[in-house]
Write a protein that binds this ligand. Sequence first.
Ligand code: FE2
Length: 239
Amino acid sequence: MLNVFSLSVLSASLIAILAILTFIFLFKLRDLNESIKQNQGLKKNLDIFNFDIIQTLTKIIDAKDPYTGNHSVRVRQYSKLIAEKLKLPVVEIKKIEYAALMHDIGKIAVSETILRKDCDLSDEEMEIIKMHPIIGYNIAVSMTFFSDTAPLILYHHERYDGNGYPEKLSKNQIPIGARIICVADAYDAMVSDRPYRKSLPKENAILQLQKESGIQFDPIIVQAFAEILRLPNTLKDVS
Ligand SMILES: [Fe+2]
């Protein structure tokens, strides 16, 4: 039978063991926190690095056609504003932003002669241009961190009425991000000078979007974008 002295020694030993275990646990917890912080730092750096790669690729595309200037950057900015207005989840907004930046990345395989042509394209040239969403899809799907943007790139020339390309998808068959990029892309093309025509004023471009609402474009997206465009100062950061 244990006497009082033995019990005291046992209690003291248990307390000492518990104290040591607590110390080890806290020490490990600190290491774990440090490790998590380092991983978060690494992930942030990786995100910046990947974003830099995309921006560089995008600049190469935009440089192939001097008339488009910072077209991809503006399409990204417009797409982000629309996605926020539609209250899409943050993760989805990020995906749309990246896809918008890269939407024409497939044009890397299209000759500058065709891209810079200032008159009507032949049927054959048109078929070459129409390959760029598929080429873009194949590039994006091979990028580990951005493969989920690939379907948005593939479908950014689909039309709401099903008469677009490459797969003639319609309405909700087209991913929401691709429908957003399609509207942003068309608007930026209209308000920019092109070799074959001068830019449209902002209000005329909005009217054109509304004219094609439910035909070429998703009506909900056109309405959201028209509201954004008519708000004062919302486009002050668009370059
Ligand atoms: Fe395109």
